[in-house]
Every structure is written in C-alpha cells, then in structure tokens.
Design a protein around this ligand. Structure first.
Ligand SMILES: [Zn+2]
Length: 331
C-alpha cells in the first residue's frame, strides 16, 4: 500500500539524525566460502543463548545491523560497516576451506597465507587491505588476529552466536579475554585476563549467578560489566568498559588504522594542546585543539571531565563528541 507523502517525509525526518551521525567506521570484508555446489555454509550447532546460524547473506547483514544497534544503544564511538555494502562469496574453492576448523590458528594462518601470497591470490580470495578480512565457513566459533602479531585475518564458522564477530573484532582491536585460559568446565581458575581494573577477575565457566556470588561487596553495575562483557565467554554480552573503549580507540588510531575510517581524539582539561590527542596519554586540553586535529567526518572527540567550550564557539567538525569516562559537562 502506498503511504501518504507526509508520512514518508516524517519518517525520513525522524531517521535523518541517526543517518547523519558518523562514528568511527570499522570496515569489515566478510567472505562466505561456498561448497562445491555453490551452497552457503550452514551450521545448526550454534553457541550459547544467543546462538545464530550465519547461513546466508541476510543472516550476515542482520548480524552487522544488530551489532550496530547494540553499539549505538551503549553510546560507543564506533560502528561496523560492510565494505562497499557487500557480503562477498568465494566459489570453486577446495572443500577443505569449506569444512576447515575456523577456531584454530592453523586454519587462520592457512587462509591468510593462501589469500595474501600475491596480488593474484588477493583477487581470487577477495582480500582487501583496507578492511578486516573475515572468512566464514561451515564450522563453528572463530579465531582472531591480535595487533601484536603480523596477522590480519578473522575466521568464523556459521555455527556462531550474535556477538561472535564483534568479539573477534574486539581481539583484532587489541582486547584480551576477561578470563585467562579457556573454559575447562570447572569453576577453579578465576583470573585477570585483560589487566584492566574495571573488569573483575573472571572464569570462562562462570555463570551470572557465580559472578554475583563471588563478588558480594561489588556493586551490581561492576558485576554486570563482567557478566555482560563482550570479551568474556558469558552470554548474552553487550558491554565494553571504559578501559576497553580506550584501548579500541587507541588501536584504531594506531595499528589498525588501515581497517578503520576516522579517529578518536582524547580531551581532558589536564591534557596538553601540543599533544596529538591520539592516545589518552597524549590527550589534548581543549575542544578547539581536538577539532583542529580532526580531518574526517568519522572522527570522534572523547571527552573526560569538564571541558570548557567558550560561548560562541562553532565547530563544524568532527561529527561526534562523546563522553567517555566520568561525566562530561559542557560549560
Ligand atoms: Zn575470544
């Protein structure tokens, strides 16, 4: 049924602000490896309470959209963006690529070696130097590359969970697990996996009630930062703490700059306007300096504490200011 014009206009007006908000864009080049008959991978052995079978282009698109909705709901300063708004497919590949275990370093390394051997193989494998290369096959779970390594590939199986791709990208952007080691089925190895003060020591096997029981003196908010942390093995998960966001933005500004569009600039009144703002340690002191450093509409200014914006100041860039740690007060 055709909608009256005024409804369409109203809808467009309501949608416009969201469409114009331009956070840091983390570009993903997702490539589904098809079987010898051209079928998509499909794995009903999904993971946890948010299990999902990434068995179609639509399933991948829905997953990216869901992730961005969750990131926006938390006010986090970055979004995922499909490269060229495309979900790629790889046809005519040996069956071992379709069935290989995506949750192993060996498989990830094999794919990266094959895909990046030459300009010709990059074309064959649809490898893109300007995006995170994510290969999807018929297996289960996934494996990442950390910026400390020379690797740049993520492998995932169709047997997944809603937060899998964002979790692996968290690793890609330098984050460690909140726990140390893998789940062994026993609740006996609580440890600080990430070194961040803002996440409590974790055990990969812990449930929400285990965590609540272990930390009676902590606030529920602090416990929830672990229970729902995106770098945990708990499910569901939608939380990055400030420490993690800082690490993500610093990595976007640094080692993973090629895969991202836009940068984050840290501002706090005790910073220095001779600094470049690209890390918290090199934060600047004023909004004027941060805006001057910005070169992209995808840039984000991350504000801590009270920042004075002189009356009458007009900043035409960047697109987004966001409070990041503590409470930001604009005067
Ligand atoms: Zn992980």
């Amino acid at each position: 049924m055709k909608q009256p014009f005024y409804l369409t206009s109203l809808l467009a007006a309501l949608l416009a602000p969201a469409a114009l908000r331009a956070d840091i864009q983390v570009i993903v080049s997702v490539k589904a490896i098809l079987d010898s008959n051209g079928n998509w991978p499909s794995n009903t052995n999904t993971i946890g309470s948010t299990g999902v079978n990434l068995n179609s282009e639509q399933a991948v698109r829905d997953n990216i959209a869901l992730t961005n909705t969750q990131l926006a709901a938390k006010g986090y300063p970055f979004r995922l963006s499909l490269r060229s708004n495309t979900v790629y497919t790889l046809s005519g590949f040996a069956n071992s690529w379709f069935t290989g275990d995506a949750r192993t370093a060996a498989f990830r390394d094999s794919i990266e070696a094959a895909a990046t051997a030459s300009d010709a193989t990059k074309t064959t494998w649809k490898w893109h130097d300007d995006a995170i290369n994510i290969f999807l096959n018929d297996s289960r779970s996934g494996f990442c590359s950390s910026p400390g390594s020379s690797r740049r590939t993520i492998t995932v199986g169709a047997g997944a969970y809603d937060e899998l791709i964002m979790h692996e990208i968290g690793h890609f952007l330098s984050l460690a697990h909140t726990h140390s080691g893998d789940g062994d089925g026993d609740l006996n190895d609580w440890a600080d996996g990430d070194g961040f003060d803002e996440t409590l020591a974790d055990d990969a096997d812990a449930t929400a009630s285990d965590i609540n029981a272990r930390y009676p003196a902590e606030t529920q908010a602090t416990r929830d930062n672990l229970i729902f942390n995106r770098m945990s093995y708990h499910s569901p998960q939608d939380v990055f703490v400030w420490d993690q966001l800082q690490a993500i933005v610093e990595t976007v500004n640094g080692a993973r700059d090629p895969e991202c569009r836009g940068e984050g600039f840290f501002v706090r009144s005790n910073g220095s306007d001779t600094s470049n703002g690209r890390t918290y340690a090199t934060r600047v002191a004023t909004m004027a300096r941060a805006a001057a450093l910005s070169t992209s509409g995808n840039d984000v200014i991350l504000i801590q504490g009270t920042i004075n914006v002189p009356n009458g100041s007009v900043f035409s860039k960047p697109g987004v200011w966001t409070k990041w740690r503590s409470t930001a007060v604009l005067e």
